[in-house]
Ligand binder design. Structure first.
Ligand SMILES: [Mg+2]
Length: 284
């Protein structure tokens, strides 16, 4: 009886072994094309390390604290002109709140950005606070300033959920006077002017995109050579008036890589990424 059990055991191990080999050889016989990711999937996969970095690295966290420490010093040092009230204008996504969980979801689903899914994400109110953001906002609001949250999340479907998400995270002073979402245009100039018309001087701007700053008229929808020249033009203002949060996952820096970027299909976008690399011309 004992021997029979032994034989049956050995047979089942053998069967498993051959099954495994068959599966493996079957995989090897498939053409490489069977494993080729679609262009949309490849684009999604390209965000993985950047999302890992945003979500996990101490370096990202340190940069966020560094940004808000600089923002606080800049706010304290600023003296608004002609008795104007002191204001700070901040972007929301990847400046004050963290949406990387939505990016990670799309990465694993191999989907590129989708505005309907983005609205669902906003409605879920699961964005997290960027390290240091709540403390900075509340410092401004309790030290003679007013925070303006100027974001290209949309009025209408995304407004109430965004307001509730921010309040739940502990941001103060979030109401219809301070939460300025996108109505008609994504360019923020008119919303900055609206703040100034209300008697405020915006002494500090914070954002993860050059188009979050007062000079957006010079960078909006421009390619990276123009965007970089603009940064050089205002170089003494960074860390003093303009506070930049890092975002290697998305932003206008990507569409700035090549002309008509958003009109390209996914393969065309990848060609732009590849052609944009500055490559070592190694001696043979
Ligand atoms: Mg942003």
């Amino acid at each position: 009886m004992k021997n029979l059990v032994k034989v049956l055991f050995m047979m089942s191990v053998g069967a498993l072994f051959f099954a495994a080999c068959a599966t493996d050889s079957g995989m090897q016989n498939k053409s490489d094309a069977a494993y080729k990711l679609s262009d949309e999937a490849l684009l999604a996969e390209q965000t993985m390390l950047a999302i890992n970095w945003m979500q996990q690295s101490g370096e990202y966290r340190a940069l966020a604290y560094q940004a808000f420490n600089a923002a606080k010093m800049a706010f304290d040092a600023a003296k608004p002109a002609n008795g104007m009230k002191k204001a700070v204008a901040v972007d929301l996504d990847e400046t004050m709140i963290d949406n990387m969980a939505e990016g990670a979801y799309r990465l694993l689903a191999h989907k590129s950005f989708d505005s309907a899914m983005w609205t669902q994400w906003c409605e879920a109110k699961q964005a997290m606070a960027i390290p240091g953001a709540v403390e900075f906002a509340n410092y401004v609001n309790s030290h003679g300033g007013k925070m303006f949250y100027v974001s290209n999340r949309k009025v209408g479907a995304e407004y109430q959920a965004t307001l509730e998400n921010l309040k739940a995270l502990g941001f103060t002073g979030v109401d219809e006077t301070s939460l300025l979402l996108k109505d008609k245009e994504s360019k923020k100039t008119s919303r900055f002017e609206q703040v100034e018309k209300a008697g405020y001087e915006i002494v500090v701007y914070a954002g993860d995109n050059l188009d979050d700053f007062a000079f957006t008229g010079e960078t909006y929808h421009k390619l990276n050579d123009v965007r970089n020249a603009t940064v050089d033009k205002y170089k003494t203002d960074f860390g003093v008036k303009y506070i930049v949060l890092p975002n290697p996952v998305y932003g206008h820096w990507i569409s700035g890589l090549g002309a008509d970027y958003y009109k390209k299909d996914d393969a065309g976008k990848q060609k732009i990424h590849r052609d944009s690399l500055k490559v070592w011309k190694k001696a043979q």
